[in-house]
Design a protein around this ligand. Sequence first.
Ligand SMILES: *Cc1c(COP(=O)(O)O)cnc(C)c1O
Length: 432
Amino acid sequence: MTIEENAQRPTSNAERSIQKAFDQYVVPTYARFDLALERGEGSYVFDVNGRRYLDFGGGIAVCALGHANPEITQALVEQSRKLVHVSNLYYIEPQARLAKRIVDLIAPGRVFFCNSGAEANEGLFKLARKFGHDEDRYEIITALESFHGRTLAGIAATGQEKVKKGFEPMVAGFKQVPFNDLDAMRGAITKSTAAILIEAIQGESGITMATREYLLGLRKLCDEQNLLLLLDEVQAGHFRTGKFHSWQRILEDQDADFLPDGISMAKALGGGFPIGAFWAREKFAGLLSAGTHASTFGGTPLACAVALRILDVIERDALAENARQIGEFLLHGLRDLRRRNPNVVRDVRGLGLMIGIEFDSRFTGIETVKRLHEKNLLTIPAATSVVRLLPPLNLREEEARQGLCAIEEVIADLAEQEQREVRPKGVRRRNR
Ligand SMILES: *Cc1c(COP(=O)(O)O)cnc(C)c1O
């Protein structure tokens, strides 16, 4: 099944035959756009017909250094000639180096390696269960509109009904409260509560940032009630916002005392090579002792070598600063478009290269993303009317400008449509 129902772009034979194979052989869990991508180069991807797109989706916040990055290729080739996999029965030198690197970027603690965001969160759930176990505390409170992955515990933790539907009964011990609402969180804590887990920037539901007060308040609450404060940085982390993690960007180092107890990572950590991880603060890191948790592929020499190279390049090329600057440039341009088209663009928000454009509710995110495909720009839909920009961290200003032009053209088209649809005064337009 494809998302594309009224495609402007003709579907080629090459695409049709790929789609046919999908229809026959691939479990239909994804609604896909009518696009088959074949190769990439930096911030661009090419479809099977050779048409070029500027990629502001970055494989959903994954491709930190863009596509076909020669330095990633080099790291893959060099390490795969030495050692791809050995298992965690043995010491793995690149895993040790990557763990140290991550600890240096956060604070004293330890790292566990896995393969995805959902798996990283599972690790945090087990850390919280172990932490509360002897006092019969097991409950983890999360936020409404959150997203924490698609495993059974992941959907129980996620604050969106649509991911849970049909998979009941939910894993016990999760409940949700409104985001950025300290009183709601305080009110939800019971004698069974062991931890609080939030995204410092909610991604899937449309880019909503935690306030500084919320983060500091949660820390205080967790200290008072002896709870673990866990942050899901799977999407917002890895320098996307201009700091390693988004909570570090939100606080801008002004609150040196703030530190979470656990943090999950994945997506851009491997720049497209699958790797996930969680960091646990030193005093809790020993909770998961030998034999209590494991992952066969966790922290392979290959995955760690790639992640290390990415961190090297980000540091060498000052890409955190680039994400911050190009992010500002995009936000500035988008806010200008919003000012000029207030009936089409309702809000523009984000930090660094994690940006949400909220359109009027008449324009769904999926429809707008498809219109942007026509202008050769890839973006990611979120919530109902939000379009997300999650481009590579090495995006150039010229590319950002080009993307803005495509967005401006689509906004102009939508504004024109809006004009045509204007109804007589007093008649409310219904949402589509
Ligand atoms: C993508 C995402 C996940 C799940 O990651 P997977 O690698 O798909 O399992 C979890 N949390 C957040 C915030 C995400 O954006």
